[in-house]
Ligand binder design. Structure first.
Ligand code: F6P
Length: 466
């Protein structure tokens, strides 16, 4: 079996003890089962010049090879360009983008430096799988160093349409360099169609089928691989955690009120301001629900050095305070907000307790919280998922109450419907949602990507196609 080399900006180093993000959660299981090399940023900033060679540590069958970033690289490559330009742009929020050519240059340099550190670790039969928007230039940077191995790339976030992309100078170069990969995977068919359109109009690619492009005589395979969760394991964790002390305390504190739960990183794409507006509208329209519901929003601070995130924190704190001050009573607080991270098992228990899971991003690649909320439910008495139609997950989960997160009235109506929904309808919707996730898993997802990469780069299969 070929060794799998995963490359991602963040690497879940066993020694770091940090909580894993969505990408790491998706890949952990596959790497544990299959073994291989995981390469990327160490999570540390080096004071002096960075070492050319990666540091390697091992755990089980996985070797983790990492390099540090300098402070300037962290500022310009990670904060400014990846999160200040590419993140809003690819989420179709170009108005939040802050473009500066110096950041673009450092982004390019870091991609090249990572390619240079990875190359000596590669073996001829390795399969390379690059992840996410931090590393769009890595496939071309590896090819420029003579790396011939199969290269797959998966984008965990959405891909915007070419006219939105045009807002960022130099974007054509990003699309062109990404096309050095053999397989490029997306969360939804919409993201794939946007990329195919961009590749044609910005990089001169020719579409030869619904899932293949030709670029400079090379065939590049495209594919849709929606990220999944380990639904059964999450369900077991939620059932167990429901009986844990922390969850019991939350239940007692609710005193019979119904819980509406939101779990998101504090991020402009998550629609948190709009969500509070929807909840506020619910309480204004339906006075009978006051004192009978409580909303808990867990929104751990993230990317705190990026301007738009700092601004959001201020606005959200303001709106949350105003909502409680305007609508709260001496003995009832409508909204509880937590900006610290909460560990996954505790979140699973809270999800099981919540009558409504409120997942309303303005745009999202997939959104695994939506899937986790469904998995966490008690099948006998399940809660209701209210889901933004702009989350990738909505394409697989149309038995949820789908809403437009920009429309506060629609959100209030969906919340009202969810809170009053009878048991039979809750169960029927939950069964349909569970059916959409129960037989899938991150390991199956990863294997299907790797199998497609192998097929796309198999010389015999290639010869048959030409
Ligand atoms: O794909 C988006 C993503 O990289 C997720 O995997 C992860 O949960 C999140 O963003 C965390 O971002 P950061 O690495 O900037 O903290």
């Amino acid at each position: 079996m070929n060794r799998l080399v995963v490359v991602s900006n963040r690497v879940p180093l066993p020694s770091s003890g940090q909580q894993a993000g969505g990408l790491a959660v998706a890949l952990d299981g596959l790497m544990e089962k299959r073994g291989g090399l995981w390469f990327g940023w160490s999570g540390s900033i080096s004071d002096g010049p960075t070492a050319a060679l990666a540091r390697v540590e091992s755990a089980g069958a996985v070797d983790y090879a990492t390099v540090d970033l300098t402070q300037e690289e962290h500022d310009r490559y990670y904060n400014n360009f990846s999160n200040g330009v590419l993140w809003p742009l690819l989420h179709t929020m170009p108005e939040l983008m802050r473009f500066d050519r110096r950041d673009a240059r450092v982004y390019q340099d870091v991609n090249s430096r990572l390619a240079a550190s990875l190359q000596p670790l590669l073996r001829p039969s390795d399969l390379i799988w690059v992840h996410d928007y931090h590393l769009l230039l890595l496939p071309a940077a590896l090819r420029a160093r003579g790396v011939k191995n199969p290269i797959g790339f998966f984008l965990h976030i959405p891909f915007a349409s070419p006219d939105v992309l045009g807002a960022a100078p130099e974007v054509a170069g990003l699309v062109r360099d990404l096309l050095a990969a053999d397989l490029i995977g997306f969360q939804t068919d919409n993201d794939m169609a946007n990329f195919a359109a961009a590749a044609q109009c910005l990089a001169g690619a020719v579409r030869v089928s619904s899932s293949a492009l030709m670029v400079s005589g090379r065939r590049v395979r495209l594919g849709v691989f929606p990220v999944e969760i380990e639904a059964h394991a999450f369900a077991r964790m939620a059932a167990e955690m429901e009986r844990a002390e922390g969850c019991e305390r939350l239940r007692r504190s609710l005193q019979g009120q119904r819980l509406i739960l939101g779990i998101d990183r504090l991020d402009p794409t998550k629609g948190l301001i709009q969500r509070l507006a929807g909840y506020r509208r619910l309480l204004e329209k339906h006075e009978d629900l006051r004192r009978r519901v409580t909303m808990l929003q867990i929104a751990p601070v993230s990317r705190k050095d990026v301007g738009s995130y700092q601004k959001l924190r201020g606005t959200l704190d303001h709106d949350a305070g105003e909502l409680n001050a305007d609508l709260g009573e001496a003995d009832w607080v409508p909204l509880r907000m937590i900006s610290r991270a909460t560990v996954r098992p505790a979140v699973a228990g809270y999800m099981r307790l919540a009558r409504v899971g409120l997942v309303t991003p303005l745009r999202d690649g997939m959104n695994l919280v939506a899937k986790e909320y469904v998995a966490a439910q008690n099948p006998q008495d399940p809660g209701v998922l209210v889901l933004s139609r702009f989350a990738g997950a909505a394409r697989q989960m149309d038995a949820a109450l789908l809403v437009n997160p920009h429309d506060a009235d629609a959100m209030a109506d969906a919340l009202d419907t969810a809170l009053r929904m009878d048991l039979a309808e809750r169960q029927a919707r939950w069964r349909a949602l569970w059916a959409a996730i129960e037989h899938r898993s991150p390991v199956i997802w990863g294997r299907s990507f790797v199998a497609t990469l192998l097929r796309a780069t198999d010389p015999e299969a290639r010869a048959r196609r030409t």
